[in-house]
Design a protein around this ligand. Sequence first.
Ligand SMILES: [Zn+2]
Length: 339
Amino acid sequence: MSEPRFDVIGAEGPKAYFDALTPAQLAHAYLFTGPSGVGKKTFARRLAQSLLCLTPKTGVLGYDGSCSSCALFRGDGAHHPDFLEHEGVLKIGDRDVAVGFYESEELSARDLVRQLSLRSYSGGLRVLLLGDVNFATHEAANALLKFLEDPPRGVVMILTTATPGRLLPTIRSRTIDVHFSPLSKTQVREILSRMHYGHEDAELGASLSGGSVARALAALEGEEESLRGQVVRWFFESVAGKSPQDAWATRETLDEGLETIKTLVRDWIVSTASPRAESRGVGLLTVDHAEELRRLQPLDHHVAVALLGKLDEAQRLARTNVRPEFVADLVRMALTSTL
Ligand SMILES: [Zn+2]
């Protein structure tokens, strides 16, 4: 049997967080937040594999890749009976119809709660991953909330989302937030190489990725991801003192849009602080807009700090019920005030 390893690229923060835990310290529900395409679901699957791996270890992270449990995680889909994965919208489900987890395309929150009340197949933990979690109705969200209020023993639930502001505050308050940051260019390149992209494609994809593998793949397939494209255009028009349409700012897209703006502002600071920053090894995440950023007026240190503070504030507001257009307006004014 080989030594346990945890083979996930990037995610330093989450790795450090889980590395510091013993299995007994695991919570019953985690919320993985961060932009899309940075590896939240991949990390969650490897965490599940770690928790179900049969090789004893002292910590939480790590799997041998060779035991009979790990064998069920090989390939594209995981088929471990104690690992349930669902992506997207959860419906409420019909109280009287017993639909099993594997029998329906549309998982309902009630099916879920019913499944989680079952005993573990292997006598250990059961792990549930709800990727890009979203609820069709308030009732569906409330059914999950019931689980979180009174979790069955031995279940670890992992929710992932790029837009935590959309979740009920009561759900957020009962989950532990683990944040995923954008990947570095080198990490995206490594991931693309592992996906069998050639050296040149991996390099190009990494340059256009903005730290997201999903964006890198979209770029390599020749389609600029529309939200990011819209936000980037909005950003440069705002900085130029115009009042662009803020159609990108909706309840669904606000969080991710603000993350893109923050990346652009960080790169703006880096690229104007030293025009040759990149050659000194400071990688710009938004390399596809490096020229435009360089042409902007350099940001004074105080202005830069104030601007980042206002963006943090906007991200906090985005998680409340404040109208998305209002938050976009505040950001636009903050950007204009740097002129
Ligand atoms: Zn194993």
